[in-house]
Design a protein around this ligand. Structure first.
Ligand SMILES: Nc1ncnc2c1ncn2[C@@H]1O[C@H](COP(=O)(O)OP(=O)(O)OP(=O)(O)O)[C@@H](O)[C@H]1O
Ligand SMILES: [Mg+2]
Length: 239
């Protein structure tokens, strides 16, 4: 589903944030992307969606991520951005969630059904017509997640999805993620959430990928995590 071969990118010409990275993700894999602040997790997700460019090759569902394919590539990808305010650009929650289904050419009734299902799944049906600027941080987060669920993408990319969520909504997010069979790549510092939702973990450091393996193996390896300025998930920490 995702095939990255020797891809690199830097915001400045002199400094590559992502230096020659290769990575394959198969259909249905649930992959956690972890690493200290500034190691390039968000940048890598932006490279996959063509929001920033790259050298080397990135293929999504067999299509090279390049200008002429971007519209098609983005149809397969649902991307929850790290910053909710950058994602919600319509006046109301309804308009934002309806945007994807409308662009797919669905009828009015189909759009309505899609929006209602996404709102219900995320538990924010009561916010359907709320103006985006009047919502709390966690409510915005849920609305962003609902916009992606409504698009029913083949690949779900999420950047810090659990940020700002209360424990109930965080658990609901985890349950939702576990019910979705789609391929997932989730960047997060919430290592317990990654453990609950992913089978594979990619650990990034400032030189690219530092480790890649089964989630439980990486997330129980205290030394490895500490080498990368991380800690064991809370569930493995001794009180
Ligand atoms: N638009 C930008 N222009 C210049 N530098 C940027 C830009 N966005 C990010 N960077 C830099 O690129 C590096 C990687 O940033 P990125 O946001 O990908 O890290 P991250 O791993 O997602 O971090 P975090 O855990 O804090 O979300 C950082 O050093 C950051 O300062
Ligand atoms: Mg980030």
């Amino acid at each position: 589903m995702i095939k990255i071969e020797n891809a690199s990118f830097g915001y400045d010409k002199e400094k590559k944030i992502i230096p020659g990275l290769s990575l394959h993700i198969r259909e249905g894999e649930k992959v956690g992307l972890i690493g200290a602040n500034g190691t390039g997790k968000s940048t890598l997700l932006k490279m996959l969606t063509g929001l920033v460019g790259h050298e080397g090759s990135i293929k999504v569902c067999g299509l090279e991520v390049e200008k002429k394919n971007l519209a098609e590539v983005r149809k397969s990808l649902g991307f929850v951005l790290q910053d909710s305010d950058s994602q919600l650009f319509m006046p109301t929650v309804y308009d934002d969630i309806a945007c994807g289904p409308r662009n797919y050419g669905m009828s009015k009734e189909e759009v309505e059904a899609c929006v209602d299902e996404a709102l219900e799944r995320t538990g924010i049906s009561h916010l359907k017509y709320k103006e985006n600027y009047k919502m709390s941080g966690g409510e915005k987060r849920m609305a962003c997640i609902a916009t992606i669920l409504a698009m029913k993408p083949r690949i779900i990319l999420m950047d810090e999805p659990s940020i700002a969520l209360d424990p109930y909504n965080r658990r609901n997010l985890i349950n939702n993620l576990n019910e979705l069979p789609e391929t997932k790549l989730i960047a997060s510092h919430d290592l317990d959430m990654i453990l609950d939702t992913c089978d594979r973990v990619i650990l990034m450091n400032h030189g690219g990928i530092y480790a890649d393996g089964p989630a439980e193996e990486i997330l129980t390896n205290q030394q490895l995590l500490e080498e990368c300025h991380l800690e064991l998930p809370f569930c493995y920490q001794r009180r």
